[in-house]
Design a protein around this ligand. Structure first.
Ligand SMILES: [Zn+2]
Length: 316
């Protein structure tokens, strides 16, 4: 059932409309919970579109398996998606720094408010992001330390590659996930892939993970399919950031999603004018390479990679 939850008149008789697709049990008798699948808050992050499509397709084909309410929100920033813009067009603000918003605020704040009002009351929400055009991310759930106790067990049910528990920073308080978690909707943020692209394999795996999660939460009735078990990160210090020591063009040596060894070559920064290698980047630890630079041009300090240190030996 397609439902409009925001409709604002634009100057020349056009409308900014936000929609969701609501799936209910055929008998209207709810035995399960309510979950909201959200994406497109950043207009240049497209990976979630494929996940919404796959989920809606499965739900269309299996109406008799639905036990709870499933709401799919593919386009939270529709003008951003239409114009390949990360932020909210014309206002140049990050919609994910505008929550919870208010009906009396500027347009992005009104949109944020409408999103909160529509999703409020859901037991769970999943907010799918796809990094940016510069970095490629292995599918991961990011959870702030303050919510780790409730959200890590939930994230594990999705069988995603890994869970990054990080220290909360002040700016995150204006995000969709922080607002919804505060209002009692357990909200997971997924980051995967790269901006402006769709990685089919990631979308298919995440869809399986979300279907498994919904089964375990009594929202749908479906046999569980095998998924990965997550590498969990519990403290920020286990994640190493590798930044470029100089400007140049980054040429990776390793594929994404690999276990790296301490001292292994990650890639090099080349100087096309001089025909020289300006720097060689080595892994500082053994671990999982979960972020890798996708856009080659770098400056001093640009993020090249993130590695989750494997502490197995230290724990023994
Ligand atoms: Zn995003």
């Amino acid at each position: 059932m397609i439902e409009e939850f925001f409709n604002m008149k634009l100057p020349v008789d056009e409308h900014l409309i936000l929609k969701r697709n609501r799936f209910l049990p055929p008998t209207q008798e709810l035995s399960g919970k309510r979950i909201s699948i959200v994406t497109g808050i950043h207009g240049d992050e497209i990976e979630g579109q494929y996940v919404c499509y796959l989920l809606a397709k499965w739900l269309n084909e299996n109406p008799d398996k639905i036990k709870g309410i499933i709401d799919i929100y593919p386009a939270m920033n529709p003008m951003g998606i239409d114009s390949i813009t990360r932020s909210f067009p014309f206002y140049d603000v990050d919609l994910n720094r505008t929550f919870p918003g208010n009906i009396s605020e500027f347009l992005p704040g009104q949109v944020a408010n409408a999103i909160v009002e529509a999703i409020k009351g859901s037991d769970y929400a999943i907010d799918i992001h796809s990094s940016n055009i510069f970095l490629r991310e292995l599918p991961q759930v990011r959870i702030s330390k303050s919510n780790a106790k409730e959200l890590v067990p939930l994230a594990k049910k999705m069988g995603i590659d890994f869970i990054w528990v990080h220290d909360a920073v002040t700016v995150l308080e204006s995000t969709f996930s922080h607002t919804m978690n505060t209002l009692g909707t357990k909200t997971l943020v997924v980051e995967m892939g790269v901006g402006m692209r769709i990685t089919k394999e990631y979308g298919e795996n995440l869809t399986e993970g979300i279907l498994n999660l919904m089964t375990l939460l009594n929202i749908i009735d479906r046999p569980l399919s095998p998924t990965k078990s997550a590498f969990a990160s519990t403290i920020n210090s286990e994640v190493h950031f590798i930044n470029s020591p100089c400007a140049g063009v980054f040429i990776p040596t390793l594929e994404h999603n690999v276990e790296v060894k301490k001292g292994e070559k990650l890639g090099m920064i080349i100087d096309p004018l001089l025909g020289e290698i300006s720097a060689t980047l080595l892994s500082p630890c053994n671990g999982l390479l979960f972020t890798i630079r996708e856009y080659p041009v770098v400056y001093e300090g640009s993020l090249i990679a993130r590695i989750l240190e494997d502490n197995k030996e230290e724990k023994v």
